[in-house]
Design a protein. Structure first.
Length: 89
C-alpha cells in the first residue's frame, strides 16, 4: 500500500451569495415622551425691572415667603402644604 502524498485538496469555497438575514427587521419606534409639564423654572416667578424684582406669584402665607403658590384659574395653591387661596376679583 502506497501512501498517497498529501495533495492539498482544492476546497471548494462555497460562495453563498444569498445572505439571508434571519433577523426580521423591526421598526422600533422611539419611546414617545409624555408631554412633560412645562417647567418654567424659578425665573418665571420673578419679574426683574431694572433693579427691582417683583414676584409674579403670591407666596404661601402658611409656609412663608419663599414658597410660591401655583397659579390656577381661580385659585392659588401651595404645593408645599396644600394651602389654597381663592382669587378674589
Ligand atoms: Zn404652603
Amino acid at each position: 500500500m502506497s501512501k498517497k502524498a498529501s495533495t492539498p485538496k482544492k476546497e471548494e469555497t462555497t460562495t453563498e451569495e444569498t445572505k439571508t438575514e434571519a433577523k426580521p427587521q423591526k421598526t422600533e419606534k422611539p419611546k414617545k415622551e409624555k408631554s412633560k409639564r412645562q417647567e418654567k423654572g424659578v425665573h418665571a416667578l420673578y419679574k426683574v425691572e431694572g433693579e427691582t424684582v417683583s414676584r409674579l406669584r403670591p407666596t404661601c402665607e402658611r409656609c412663608g415667603p419663599g414658597y410660591f403658590m401655583g397659579d390656577h384659574k381661580n385659585r392659588y395653591t401651595c404645593g408645599h402644604c396644600g394651602f389654597t387661596r381663592y382669587k378674589t376679583h
